[in-house]
Design a protein around this ligand. Sequence first.
Ligand code: NAD
Length: 475
Amino acid sequence: MTPNRLFIDNQWINTNDTLASINPADESIIGEVACAGQAEVDAAVAAARRALNGVWRKTTPWERGRVLAKISALILQNINALADMEMRETGKPITAAHGAVHSAARYFEFYAGVADKIQGTSIPLGENYVDFTLREPLGVTAHILPWNVPLNMLARGVAPALAAGCTAVVKPAEQTPHGALQLAQIFIDAGLPPGVVNIINGRGETTGAMLSSHPGIDGITFTGSVATGAAVMRAAAEHIKPVVLELGGKSPIIAFADAKPEKVATEACKGIYSNTGQYCDAGSRLLLNDRIHDAVLELVVEKSRAINVGMPAENVDMGPLISDEQHRRVMDYIRRGKESAVLACGGGRPATLEKGYFVEPTVFDQVDVGTDISQHEIFGPVLSVSYFGDEDEALHIANSTDFGLAAGIFTQDISRALRLASKLDAGTVYVNEYFSGEIASPFGGVKKSGIGRERGLETLANYTRIKNVIINISS
Ligand code: NAD
């Protein structure tokens, strides 16, 4: 039985209010989960505060690390059940769902090793003083999650928060409420003490807003849309709380004339079709030097047409979009794209799939800067191709959106790659491969792509605060 209640203080709590999650591949109802109202949000925050000041504070850093390591091991032991739910709730192909769950386990594994290595510094003030810093836990942290890689996103915030000694209240996205509850059972089995992690499902405008405006939390980690990120930031400002925001992008992949067309086309297709284009750092704009434009475009179109779209359990290349709403949104962008650019392939619903929120791999060519499809995050399998003459023009087009999450560069000229990397508005620059890096690699955006860095050791800044202790030791 998949758990479907709220998880507060290691107890399963029922409420009268529920929401249903829908399988985007066949539009069937997966199940209903309990939603948190104000009383449950208050209870979750209070449980996290008690744990912060009680059991979790008394747990040594290395013991915290051991619990995280146990969680990682249990995620791997239960990978089939977790991946099955990830597949059903998000529509990911089953192998991709396994990969997503595996990376959730990696987060807990990585931060298990970090828990007892979070150190302060000593500051030289001369012989009369000893000055040192303590890196204390930030406190009770709120985690408001997106639906695109739900377990991964939960682990990305919660694992380092716990390693740093914080406690957590998690609100999963409406579309993907079950996976987090499966993890809750794993938290119990791993021996995580009551209140350290609390999971409260609910709608964004109610449960999410109650959590982000709660005076009892000490910081918020949010991943999702720009508009909601701004609302979360405003709520946090009321209580002067820090936020970490990861808000998506419109990431360019720039290919110069000396790049290998086959490699560029393969990586570009990976960049836009992985997770049906629903990755925040999807490479949704392909900028081609005019000398290789025709060769690369031909390959991209050929590969796009070869993508096998279908039922996730059949291990296809690409599953559906997350929801009816997202499907309508993406189809509307495709409609607008047809008015402003040249449709090179796709643009419709696969003829063989009657149900589910499927859309064909779609490529637009000759996309002008300033059009909607070149500027807005579509969050679907829609690639915009533009071309450029020289490096300056490539940079100008690449930096022409409000976003700045990731960028790709394909060239054999390492000097050019490094020159461009330093000038691109992006938190991550991939050179000659897209989506490289791992948990250890910091990730985050500039401009409207967000604030702060997650992953790696950088994220510890989000979950610790510095206390400076200065002692006069003169006799
Ligand atoms: P959203 O920003 O509305 O939702 C993200 C999370 O915020 C969910 O848990 C939601 O319940 C919660 N939320 C919603 N309103 C809230 C509020 N007022 N206060 C607090 N929490 C609130 O995202 P969405 O509507 O699911 O997706 C819309 C677009 O967001 C997508 O099309 C895409 O462009 C972008 N998106 C980006 C990412 C990413 O990884 N950066 C992930 C998902 C969606």
